[in-house]
Design a protein around this ligand. Structure first.
Ligand SMILES: Cc1ncc(COP(=O)(O)O)c(C=O)c1O
Length: 420
């Protein structure tokens, strides 16, 4: 598939016109965006929805300060994981009762991998991809190191494709919808089908897709899914993740982190564990109420927008950036790492450049925020709810200038920080 953005390539004025006609343009007003900043890092941490302040103020001043412990009942604190889960459900194509917000993506992946292995007790292999986000690999390493009969096979190490690795020993396949480095988007429906044909279960990591492109967990037959809320769902730094367990597995699925929040009768304080019915059994312990309350505003926005419109704009934004960069920056050793086909690309553009780290620092100094992932990858995230076509134009111009003038060579742009 190709996207025709030729009119936008002509001039900044053409981009201004596209902004004026953009059906999502008003959404930008709902976010706090620092003056003069072009924020291309929503694939790492989304900006603050203005309403988050109201929710947090209410949660702190009234619910915590005044009402104290009664807020567990009166302000809906206890049910927040489910309430927020129900808000995310339509955004990722899940019917009610299958999703909760709880813990981190890493923890939820651990829970779902164990649960899936338990549903395929006669099988011993977990498949993932060598280029997965490292936490996904580390969690699998944790599982295989504690369960002696379980092995990990990686696409990219043990074989070139899922087809090569699938056989009757495979219990679980766990893949990311969008690759965190390159932005490559996988055809999940097709991969789920292959996995099921081989008798295995499928776990999807939606960290880089939830909130920015259509996800159809139920329709695609995904068995379990996890995802974070601090990227395209704009939930705030460290906002809790979500976990989806398809209804058909909920009765038999066992959460290995069997804490009191997943108990059938938590306030009976019984000595033995009995799992709650449904998705609630995937809860473990007390959740960070303030973080959950901070997330609510981002989800209100996500619920209100048409994901198809978001996807359309996202494809146009990434296409525009990619074509502008290709025509201007090729001579400076910049190569595209993301798929050229917009149907195979998430909402980010990855560019390789030997001096990528310093180039990104120079852009940040110009108030254009993107990030760097070793080795040599400059990541530019395009979140359609608050970015404009003119932002894309300006970012491409600035990148070209940084490369052309070799501004990135300045000493101050070589200093490494803990977070890149
Ligand atoms: C694909 C993917 N999975 C997982 C994570 C992070 O998981 P956690 O929220 O547990 O740190 C990220 C973070 O960027 C990610 O990109």
């Amino acid at each position: 598939m190709s996207i025709n953005i030729s009119s936008l390539l002509e001039s900044r004025t053409a981009c201004e016109k596209a902004d004026a006609a953009d059906p999502l343009a008003n959404r930008r007003e709902e976010f706090h965006l620092p003056q003069g900043l072009i924020y291309l890092d929503g694939n790492s941490l989304g900006p603050m929805p203005k309403k988050a302040l109201e929710h947090l103020e209410q949660a702190i001043r009234n619910e915590w300060a005044e009402e104290l412990i009664s807020s567990w009942n009166n302000a809906g604190w206890w049910e927040l994981p489910q309430t927020l889960g129900e808000m995310i459900a339509p955004v990722v194509g899940a019917a009610s009762g299958q999703l909760i917000v709880s813990d981190s993506t890493s923890l939820n992946l651990y829970k779902t991998v164990h649960a899936a292995l338990g549903l395929r007790p006669e099988r011993t292999v977990i498949i993932s991809e060598a280029d997965s986000f490292p936490t996904d690999l580390y969690i699998l390493e944790g599982v295989t190191s504690t369960q002696q009969n379980i092995q990990r096979r990686l696409v990219g190490v043990d074989g070139d494709s899922l087809d090569e690795l699938l056989d009757e020993n495979v219990a679980v396949v766990t893949l990311s919808h969008v690759n965190f480095r390159t932005g490559e988007l996988l055809p999940i429906e097709e991969l789920v089908k292959k996995t099921h044909d081989a008798g295995a279960l499928f776990i999807l990591d939606t960290c880089h897709s939830a909130g920015v492109l259509p996800v159809e967990l139920d329709k695609w037959g995904v068995d379990f899914a996890v995802g974070c809320t601090y990227k395209y769902l704009n939930g705030g730094p460290g906002s809790p993740a979500f976990v989806y367990v398809a209804k058909r597995h909920q009765q038999a699925a066992v959460n290995p982190l069997s804490g009191w929040w997943g108990h059938a009768r938590p306030f009976a304080f019984e000595k033995d564990f009995q799992a709650a019915e449904g998705i609630i059994r995937f809860q473990t312990g007390t959740q960070p109420v303030l973080s959950l309350r901070g997330l609510q505003a981002g989800l209100e926005i996500a619920q209100a927008v048409d994901q198809k419109l978001v996807r359309q704009k996202s494809q146009r934004l990434t296409q525009l950036f990619l074509e502008l960069v290709e025509s201007r920056c090729g001579e400076y050793g910049v190569t595209l790492q993301s798929p050229t086909d917009p149907e195979k690309r998430g909402s980010q553009v990855a560019l390789h450049c030997l001096n990528g780290f310093a180039v990104i620092q120079a852009l940040i100094a110009r108030k254009i925020i993107a990030d760097f992932r070793a080795p040599g990858i400059m990541r530019f995230g395009f979140a359609p709810l608050y970015l404009r076509y003119t932002d894309v134009w300006d970012a491409a111009e600035a990148l070209t200038d940084v490369l052309k003038t070799e501004e990135w060579r300045e000493e101050r742009f070589q200093q490494k920080h803990e977070v890149t």
